[in-house]
Design a binder for this molecule. Sequence first.
Ligand SMILES: Cc1cc2nc3c(=O)[nH]c(=O)nc-3n(C[C@H](O)[C@H](O)[C@H](O)COP(=O)(O)O)c2cc1C
Length: 328
Amino acid sequence: MQHSPWRLNVAPCMDWTDRHCRYFHRLITRHTRLYSEMVTTGALLHGDVPRHLDYNPQEHPVALQLGGSEPDALAVAARLGARWGYDEINLNCGCPSERVQRGAFGACLMAEPALVRDGVKAMRDVVDIPVTVKHRIGIDQEESYAFVRDFVGTVAEGGCNVFIVHARNAWLQGLSPKENREIPPLRYEHVYRLKRDFPALTIVLNGGVKTAAEVESHLAHVDGVMLGRQAYHEPWSMAEWDARFFGASGPAPVREEVEASMVEYMERHVAAGGAWSHVARHCMGLWNGTPGARRWRQAWSDHSLKAMSPRGVAARAAASRMGSPSTA
Ligand SMILES: Cc1cc2nc3c(=O)[nH]c(=O)nc-3n(C[C@H](O)[C@H](O)[C@H](O)COP(=O)(O)O)c2cc1C
């Protein structure tokens, strides 16, 4: 059976889903789609483009998420992303942070569907890869389903066929971004309804999903599911996804092998002048749920080991992990 390319996705997360993190996740799941951190059009138009866009070729399929609102700037940024080889350009219409609101993009764009439609069209005109939108079900106290339905209907006119829907409102005043991921209630029914009303569009559900059983139940209603915090904090929960959700028949990933590959990756990163801790910080959940996981994490986050080679730290971490299981 042919699955949607958006069947399972790891959410774009600032400060988390950088290229090191994505390389790590890719070792655990071959088929899941990975998203970059949000990169603003300003950063691409005026900043260090390779620093923002470079990635490892192993990361495919990988999407670049853009933050911006001005169609011409979005088009320039999207073209850069396509030239860099990304598989998708995703526009952020869901971030509620004040910094983003000052720039008049993110979630506040949900109040301007025609502008989003024009931005999507401007990007579609210059790239051949899919242009997708990630958004909320509403802003502030706007609870009606009609609001998100009209948003999707208008933006689809610009040529967006894939909508990733964080199933809660963004409250633009009074909540921090973290609270905005926890306090506004989840309304999965709105997302299911979008799929029923727009059967030709790809609808991906996001927000609060934790277990494979939950993924499975959502997949009965929508084309795909996106996970953020669960994927980041419990990365090994993704180890069963390829077999369970993509029907992959290859060997299942093995924690020891993933760790060994990450150590090699860190060695290369250090040889190129980087710090291994910038990589290791994303891998802290690798052994969660097994005896010694906490001691393993402690070794990898021990600042006094910073000058040691990744291989040396790995040996220490393995020895700590395999110490007394009773103190896990
Ligand atoms: C640390 C962090 C950073 C985030 N940064 C972004 C971002 O750059 N762009 C975006 O669209 N969403 C961002 N989000 C929101 C997630 O993509 C996702 O929509 C949200 O966490 C809900 O999904 P979850 O419950 O599976 O975590 C971020 C979330 C977290 C926890």
